[in-house]
Design a protein around this ligand. Structure first.
Ligand code: GLU
Length: 283
């Protein structure tokens, strides 16, 4: 059974780039007659903007993107993440690291394992994963085989940050596994962390999810459209137009007459095109 998800960080409202990830992951799940879950990635609590999660959910509904089951909030899952860290600790796959970003940079462009065999001299400290078996290759449905043999892929990455927050890499993998996610469809900005995440999947479970990284939307000066770059929020009263734009980035052009149709009808037609484009049978 296919199970996919859309996992926004509630640091602001949806912009066109995040709508593309939402629509792509939704269509792929529905094309496979699967489920599409929504998870609010507010593990970095200081980054979460009050009201943004509700706003995102309302925006999704306005665009006809109905999710299955209930929404999972990472901010409510500290005990689950801590439990996994305890397991890793018992298995001797974690160590404490009190290096600051500055001292790491002064030594190398990646983390060099400096604290692996050393007791930290000071608090606070981060917890790092003993990365003995890094994954540096995976098959992506959109890009084909992706490889990254850089030293950062095989570094001992952080699972709990020095500021005490659980790291995104830990939360996303623990949640994807617990939610039974079979397919991860998201923006290509997340290709690099995929190597670390697949390494953690390999540690926790024999299964690996299928991956598909969607095109990124660039703004006029060639930078990725993102909240940090002040991408404008999408206007839910223009849902059909927004869907047309997002679908165009996904390589799908619905019939122009549908431009004034409700979002659900546009998505229904887009689903047929998605199946054809990605050779998904049975719809
Ligand atoms: N929360 C991440 C973001 O908004 C997406 C994580 C994911 O799809 O795996 O960029």
């Amino acid at each position: 059974m296919y199970r996919g998800r859309f996992a926004p960080t509630p640091s602001g409202p949806l912009h066109l780039g995040s709508l593309v990830a939402a629509v792509g992951s939704y269509l792929d799940a529905k094309a496979h007659k699967g489920e599409w879950l929504v998870r609010i990635e507010d593990v970095d609590k200081p980054r979460a903007v009050p009201g943004a999660a509700d706003n995102i959910l309302t925006q999704l509904e306005a665009h006809g993107l109905e999710w299955d089951g209930s929404v999972l909030y990472q901010s409510q899952r500290d005990s689950v993440y801590q439990h996994q860290l305890n397991q890793l600790e018992n298995a001797q796959r974690l160590y404490q690291c009190d290096c600051s970003r500055r001292t790491i940079r002064a030594r190398s462009d990646h983390y060099d394992g400096y604290c692996r065999n050393r007791q930290p001299r000071s608090t606070p400290y981060a917890l790092r994963f003993v990365n003995n078996n890094p994954i540096d290759t995976f098959n992506d449905r959109a890009h084909g085989v992706l490889e990254d043999h850089s030293a950062s892929v095989s570094e001992d990455f952080v699972l709990k940050r020095r500021d005490g927050l659980y790291a995104y890499q830990l939360a996303v993998v623990v949640d994807d596994i617990e939610q039974g996610i079979t397919d991860i469809v998201r923006g290509s900005d997340l290709i690099t962390p995929s190597f670390w995440q697949l390494t953690l999947w390999q540690y926790f479970t024999a299964k690996q999810p299928r991956m598909m990284h969607l095109p990124l939307i660039m703004n006029d000066d060639g930078r990725k459209l993102s909240k940090q770059n002040h991408a404008p929020p999408i206007d839910s009263s223009q849902a059909s137009n927004n869907l047309f734009t997002a679908l165009d980035y996904l390589g799908i052009q619905p019939e122009p007459e549908l431009r004034h149709s409700p979002a659900r009808e546009i998505l229904e037609q887009a689903l047929q095109s998605w199946c054809k484009k990605w050779h998904i049978a049975g719809r």
